[in-house]
Structure formats: structure tokens, C-alpha cells
Write a protein that binds this ligand. Structure first.
Ligand code: PMP
Length: 468
């Protein structure tokens, strides 16, 4: 049955909710509110669909949390994991030891990554990988004798994880306010045309927004700045697709001041934007690439840093001990899962499908939602897309009239999405999707149809509440 547990037992939803509420502290969750409603209990996944314990079949428009790139229910991944667990479930990679899946995966990643990347440092998550970046870039500059060159510049509303350093690199004020800040981190504005592009073309705005980096470098002093970090397309911040002029200008500025460029590709890596890495699409040559999520399609935890030749030649070739590492760095089971997952991505040609076939199809279907009375300026890049819910539409995105920030329109809409069998995420009043890369055109039509129905339900609801 679709609603049985992995152990084959019927799920008593009310009992699970009670235990969940009594014992499980969820990430980024208001527990009083959750206790009132009770958590949705997910029990099964197959392809692009999920089933909850009440038997509802739901289309997963978010790939879990931007990660299930190859879809649910891939038995070849579970078999690879099982075989590895039977053979060698764990051994560490400290003390001059290694393991076969980790070596094979490092080799494959060196092959898939842009040309200057021949080395990888493994972690269990994107957050740990960005912590690694902080220590790695500071170590790099220390080794070169620039001991003051420790500040890393990130962006307001960027997301780089939830460890202390990850939260600090990110630009989420709510996280900074709760202990998520460290010395030696600064932030610039995000390239959000809707928010800050008034009076400019997108191309002009891209140059202006990149220029904020140069201003910040000059304010801090170039001799203090170690690196700049950014997501090629901001994910958790609301699928903010930058103008095409933005990243090349960022690259130019980093080159000018010899500042390391870190591309956080935790979401954009492994095909999400229709290129193996988003950096290729944005035409940048980062020095370090953060990855996680899509490397295993989330089946088991794995993340890491791809280390380009500029850093590798200092840190690895002549650096001595780098006093950094995790018990699970190069975990054999995670690496075995990644090897099989990446084989699927390559053999099924999912990256080129997103680039030239299903990606453009998704974009066209999704952008047709612009005709809906609530929707302004839907946009997509590969298999991420977003639209704004607005009170009043206008030609220019920055002229649209927003709903009140206390009205909670995005959350209202998210509820209607769930009720219409589609998972969409709300970031304020921006609704976003990042579906599994295996989604077919027929399924894209189904998804966009469900979104349209849910938008209609949202509109009726907002009218009833007097908000529209
Ligand atoms: N970087 C980016 C761009 C992310 O989107 C995320 C997670 N959403 C992270 C880092 C953190 O990854 P994790 O949750 O695996 O620690």
C-alpha cells in the first residue's frame, strides 16, 4: 500500500503526530504552530510523486529540498548503498587510509567539474562544505603570507547553510540574530532586479549590483578580503535569477583584486540549471565550488568542496597539515550512492534534457501563468522557477503593488498548493519550484495545471478575506 511504513505497517497518523510533537525538534520551525496543526507524515516516494500517511498523492515540485534530482524510488541507488554497507559500511579517511568509493567519486567529480578542478574535499552537507571553505580560503592566504586577508564577502538574502559559519556567510538576518555570525564576514546587496532595479534595464542593473562588490572591497581594503561567495542563482532567497551581466562583472572584480571566488553550487550543481554546474552557465571560473544535495539526489547525506588548481597548488601541494576534517569525510556508503546517482544523471542525459528539452518546456508552461490575476513576472532558469503574487500588476516588475507583509499571502497560497496536490515553496509572496530533473512534459503540464488550480483557490480565498 502507498501508506504503509518501510516496515510494512499501517501508519497511525494521529499517534505519529503526537510523538513528533513530543520529541522531534524540526529545522526552521515554530513548534507552537506545528503542534496546533500537526506535521504531514510522508511515507513513500516514487518518481516525482510523494504519498502521505493519509493516502494523499502529491507531486513534489521542490525535489524534497532541491535535492532529489533523479526522482524517488531508484532501486539501483538503494542496491549500491546496500552492497557497500555489506562490504564496508564505514572507515575513516584520516591516518593515511582511503576507500574505493571515495577515490572513484573524487575521480569522477574531477572529470565532471570544470577543467581546473582536480581535487575534492568531502563533507556530509552543504553547511559543512561552506565551513570548510572559510577555513580553506583563510589557510590559503596564510600560507601565502597574507595573514590579514581573512574577510569573506557574501550577499544579503544569500543562503550558505546553518552551521555558524554557513549562517554567517549567508545573508539571512533572522539567522544572524540567533548566534549565526562570526568575525570576518561582510555582505553586499543581492542582484534582485524586482527589488532594486528601478529605472534601469536588467543589463544595466547587473553591472550596478556587481559594482557593490567593488565598493565593499574598497571599503574594507583589498588586502583584508579573502573571498567572495555566491550562489549562481539564489535558491532559498527565492530563486533570484541574476541579470546575464552580473556574474561576468563579479568575475572581473574578483580578478582585479585577486580575490578568491567561491560558487556555492549546493542547489545549482549536477544539472539543476541545465548545465552540470551553474558556473558554466554563468560563464564564471570559480576557485572553489561547494556541492551537496544533487550529488546523491539526497538519498544519503553527502557534500563537499571542489578545489581548483589555484588553491590546490598552495594548500595541497605545499601546505603541510590542514587541520580540518570530519568523521564522515569520504563516507564509503555516501560515495557509493553518489557514484550510482551520477551514473543515472549521465546515462539518462538529464542535464541536456533540462538544457534543451524539458527545461525550455517548463519555462514556457510556467511563464504562461503570467495570465493569472495574482501572478507577476514568472521566470525560470533550467529546472528552477519562481513567480510573484501581487495585489496589482504592472509592466515593470518593480512597479507591481505587493500585498502587505503581514497578510501572509505566500503561506496561504502554499496551503492551497498542498491541497491541490503540488508542493511549491513560499519565500514571502514569491512562489518557487525546483522539480526533479526527471519530470516529463506530461508531468510538467500536470504540475502547471495544479499550480493554476491552486492559484484560483488562493484568489477566491484572498477575496473572501478581503485581501484582493
Ligand atoms: N548552500 C546552499 C546554496 C543551499 O541551498 C544549502 C541548503 N539549502 C546549503 C548551502 C546548506 O546545505 P545543507 O543543508 O546540506 O547543510
Amino acid at each position: 500500500s502507498d501508506t504503509k511504513s518501510a516496515a510494512g505497517q499501517d501508519v497511525d497518523t494521529a499517534a505519529v503526530r503526537k510523538l513528533d510533537s513530543a520529541h522531534f525538534i524540526h529545522p526552521f520551525t515554530d513548534h507552537a504552530a506545528l503542534a496546533d496543526k500537526g506535521a504531514r507524515v510522508m511515507v513513500r516516494g516514487e518518481g516525482v510523486y510523494l504519498w502521505d500517511s493519509d493516502g494523499n498523492k502529491i507531486m513534489d515540485g521542490m525535489s524534497g529540498l532541491w535535492c532529489v534530482n533523479v526522482g524517488y524510488g531508484r532501486t539501483s541507488i538503494s542496491q549500491a548503498v546496500y552492497r557497500q554497507m555489506e562490504t564496508l559500511p564505514f572507515y575513516n579517511s584520516f591516518f593515511n587510509t582511503t576507500n574505493l568509493p571515495a577515490v572513484q567519486l573524487a575521480t569522477l567529480l574531477a572529470d565532471l567539474a570544470p577543467p581546473s578542478f582536480k581535487h575534492v574535499f568531502f563533507t556530509s552537507s552543504g553547511s559543512e562544505a561552506n565551513d570548510t571553505n572559510v577555513r580553506m580560503v583563510r589557510r590559503y592566504w596564510d600560507l601565502l603570507g597574507y595573514k590579514d586577508r581573512h574577510t569573506i564577502i557574501g550577499r544579503i538574502n544569500g543562503y550558505h547553510g546553518s552551521t555558524v559559519a554557513g549562517a554567517a556567510l549567508g545573508g539571512m538576518s533572522g539567522m544572524h540574530a540567533q548566534g549565526g555570525m562570526i568575525p570576518g564576514v561582510a555582505h553586499i546587496g543581492q542582484p534582485n532586479y524586482a527589488e532594486s532595479g528601478r529605472g534601469m534595464t536588467e543589463a544595466e542593473f547587473g553591472i550596478v549590483a556587481a559594482g557593490w562588490l567593488e565598493e565593499k572591497i574598497l571599503e574594507l581594503g583589498p588586502e583584508k578580503v579573502a573571498a567572495f561567495i555566491g550562489e549562481p542563482v539564489q535558491g532559498a532567497g527565492g530563486v533570484i535569477i541574476p541579470p546575464s551581466t552580473y556574474w561576468p562583472e563579479i568575475q572581473r572584480i574578483c580578478d582585479k583584486y585577486e580575490i578568491l571566488l567561491i560558487a556555492d553550487e549546493v542547489i545549482t550543481g549536477f544539472g539543476r540549471l541545465g548545465a552540470m554546474f551553474g558556473s558554466e552557465l554563468m560563464q564564471i571560473k570559480p576557485d572553489l565550488i561547494t556541492f551537496a544535495k544533487g550529488v546523491t539526489s539526497g538519498y544519503v547525506p553527502l557534500g563537499g568542496v571542489l578545489v581548483g588548481s589555484r588553491v590546490a597548488s598552495v594548500l595541497i601541494d605545499k601546505g603541510g597539515d590542514f587541520n580540518h576534517g570530519f568523521t564522515y569525510s569520504g563516507h564509503p556508503v555516501s560515495c557509493a550512492a553518489a557514484l550510482e546517482n551520477l551514473r543515472i544523471i549521465q546515462d539518462e542525459k538529464l542535464v541536456s534534457a533540462v538544457a534543451v528539452d524539458t527545461g525550455p518546456y517548463l519555462r514556457q508552461a510556467f511563464c504562461a501563468l503570467a495570465s493569472h490575476p495574482l501572478v507577476s513576472h514568472p521566470d525560470a532558469c533550467g529546472f528552477v522557477a519562481g513567480l510573484n503574487l501581487v495585489k496589482k500588476k504592472a509592466d515593470a516588475v518593480y512597479d507591481c503593488e505587493p500585498f502587505g507583509s503581514d497578510d501572509g499571502v505566500g503561506m496561504i497560497c502554499r496551503g492551497h498548493m498542498f491541497n491541490n496536490g503540488i508542493i511549491m515553496r513560499a519565500v514571502g509572496d514569491r512562489m518557487i519550484i525546483a522539480p526533479p530533473l526527471v519530470m516529463t512534459k506530461v508531468q510538467i503540464d500536470e504540475m502547471v495545471g495544479r499550480i493554476r488550480d491552486a492559484l484560483d483557490a488562493t484568489l477566491a480565498d484572498l477575496r473572501q478575506r478581503g485581501l484582493f
